[in-house]
Write a protein of this length. Structure first.
Ligand SMILES: Nc1ncnc2c1ncn2[C@@H]1O[C@H](COP(=O)(O)OP(=O)(O)OP(=O)(O)O)[C@@H](O)[C@H]1O
Ligand SMILES: [Mg+2]
Lengths: 232, 343
């Protein structure tokens, strides 16, 4: 399967081309420059593989959670590419992609992923590695106050993502009994999204471009007039 | 050449197809008015979230209406600014990537250039140069339009835009959103002469506007009444009259100072009937022609972006892959079109 993946959900920006079992990737930490970088990265991985866009079998993208603008850029790019090429899309959780990335470097069974969501909350999800290499969500992606998270016990756990830097004390206090390896500098990567996306598309679970949407998790973004008056 | 135009700078998603030979082929506007109504104004994050789900369905719908496929497109134009950052970014990401996948050029368009080109979509379009009165939710400007891309701002609002003044005043009067059409509706049965309203800055030389004091004056006036429906009708009528008179006095002054014989009026407020009527009378009196967009192209739409985009793409302008949006972008920064080689 030839699959193109992109991610612009966090301060990292990346594009990857998966050619069956190998991949080519461009990756940069580049806050607020995703719009300037992403299509160039896509062009660059295609050029390196000497592959034309029309040879692609599908598109995968980091759907969120993450920065609202970032995941909308990713969704817009995935929509535009897939619509133009007549392809289906695999929306991939950025937290899952981070867990996948961490699992690829360590032997731990669980990954607890946290991204700083501001407003004193984190985007939070816990993933388990299954024997066939696929990932299973033990705790579904959510937005939550760090003091409210529930930690699993009795397992070797990877603590992944910038949320573990921002709320390190709060979160590690809950994990004292565990053999935890903290990896706050793990970002979502297009190469991980591509590999997870390949599974989605192989199972025919991809979506048509018009159904491609970001995964925001946080939905209470403004107060209605009636609510505002109630508070005052 | 067939150009897809994409507008997403604020609270309308507009998509259109424009053909260099046949003209406008199809257009669709999705308004978010209902979405923002409960909040009393546009919530930027909600606007962006809505745009991203409308872009493909609206594109499909204009293609279907014109019996065309994506492969028939020769270029894509999108609104690059000014406007809401997130809303602009949604449209830009989609437009740039769609163009990239189709291997056709894309061009970012200045939203206000789109507005001021809108009357050129009509039969008997004005020749250059002309004076443009841009009156919308975010802008009130008098512009000397030498040719497409060559603009000189002669005057503008030093505070609220005219449309913004309509919206804020409507809110103070307890009327719905957006305020322009609401005030116009209430004004119909009102007595514009019952209360005295100022005509801000008209007694001074210059072509700048100010509407914020008028808004405050309107509130004070309304507060002094018993707030009956009749009071509301009369205050709305008086306010509308004052805004329109102010715009007309300054526009007339600009025509006289520049000696221009053609006036183009565009932007959401140009849908206002009283203003259209009074501008017609004034231009007749001073011996000028006046040009308006059709009512549906006064506000934001994809047709004006497709049309401006066609002109720029024909002049061989295009964006590279490093796309950017410009939430703030002075119109005067634009450059005149270069004449394409071979034409
Ligand atoms: N009949 C009317 N009378 C007066 N104002 C009106 C009328 N119809 C619409 N408006 C006003 O037009 C404005 C919307 O115009 P438009 O969509 O062009 O503005 P915008 O796109 O929000 O701002 P900008 O174009 O400056 O970025 C609103 O302020 C609205 O109240
Ligand atoms: Mg506008």
């Amino acid at each position: 399967m030839k699959l193109l993946a992109i991610d612009t959900a966090t301060e990292a920006c990346s594009a990857a081309l998966l050619l069956d079992h190998q991949w080519i990737e461009r990756f940069e930490i580049a806050p607020r420059q995703h719009n300037q970088l992403i299509l160039g990265m896509v062009q660059s991985v295609l050029d390196e593989a000497d592959l034309s866009l029309n040879a692609l079998d599908g598109i995968a993208f980091g759907a969120g959670p993450g920065s609202f603008t970032g995941i909308r850029i990713a969704a817009g790019v995935a929509q535009g590419l897939a619509f133009g090429l007549g392809l289906h899309v695999a929306p991939i959780s950025t937290l899952k992609a981070m867990a996948f990335e961490a699992f690829s470097k360590h032997t731990h069974e669980l990954a607890a992923v946290a991204i700083d969501a501001r407003m004193e909350e984190i985007y939070w999800g816990i993933y388990r590695r299954l024997t066939d290499g696929s990932l299973d969500a033990l705790i579904e992606d959510q937005v939550i106050r760090p003091e409210d998270v529930l930690m699993p016990d009795g397992k070797n756990m990877l603590a992944v993502g910038t949320g573990w830097a921002t709320y390190g004390d709060l979160l590690t206090a809950k994990t004292q009994t565990l053999n935890t390896l903290i990896e706050p500098q793990t970002f979502p990567r297009a190469s991980a999204i591509a590999q997870l996306g390949a599974i989605v598309l192989a199972n025919e679970e991809g979506v048509p471009p018009e159904s491609v949407l970001p995964l925001y998790l946080r939905n209470n973004v403004a107060k209605k007039m009636a609510e505002r008056f109630r508070v005052e | 050449m067939i150009v897809l135009g994409i507008e997403s700078s604020c609270d309308e998603t507009g998509i259109a197809l424009f053909d260099s030979h046949k003209g406008l082929l199809a257009h669709q506007i999705h308004s978010q008015i209902d979405l923002h109504a409960d909040y009393g104004g546009v919530v930027p994050e909600l606007a962006s979230r809505d745009h991203i789900q409308r872009l493909i369905p609206l594109t499909q719908s204009v293609l279907k209406a014109s019996h065309l496929a994506l492969s028939d497109l020769s270029g894509i134009a999108y609104t690059q600014g000014p406007g809401l950052m997130g809303a602009l970014m949604a449209g830009a990401s989609y437009a740039m990537s769609l163009a990239f996948s189709l291997k056709i050029p894309a061009i970012g368009i200045h939203h206000m250039e789109g507005h001021l080109m809108a009357p050129l979509l009509e039969e008997n379009p004005p020749d250059f140069p002309f004076l443009a009165l841009l009156v919308s939710g975010g802008h009130t400007q008098l512009v000397y339009v030498y040719e497409m891309g060559h603009y000189e701002i002669l005057g503008e609002s030093i505070d609220d835009a005219a449309g913004e003044a309509f919206d804020k005043t409507a809110k103070m009067l307890g009327l719905g959103y957006p305020g322009g059409p609401e005030i116009a509706r209430w004004a119909q049965e009102g007595d514009a002469n019952r209360f005295r309203f100022p005509r801000p800055m008209t007694d001074r030389p210059g072509l700048d506007f100010s509407f914020s004091g008028l808004k405050t004056h309107t509130l004070t006036t309304y507060e002094s009444t018993a707030k009956t429906p009749k009071d509301r009708h009369d205050v709305a009528a008086g306010f509308q009259q004052a805004v329109v008179d102010t715009l007309i006095i300054k526009t007339r002054r600009a025509l006289e100072e520049t000696g221009l014989k053609r006036l183009v009026v565009a932007g959401g407020v140009s849908a206002n009937h009283l203003m259209r009527e009074k501008l017609r009378l004034m231009t007749q009196k001073v011996g000028c022609e006046v040009f308006f967009p059709r009512l549906e192209f006064c506000g934001d739409n994809g047709a004006m972006i497709a049309f401006a985009g066609l002109r720029r793409l024909e002049a061989r302008e295009r964006n590279n892959l490093e796309f950017n949006v410009r939430p703030r972008w002075p119109l005067s920064e634009l450059k005149a079109l270069s004449t394409p080689r071979g034409l």
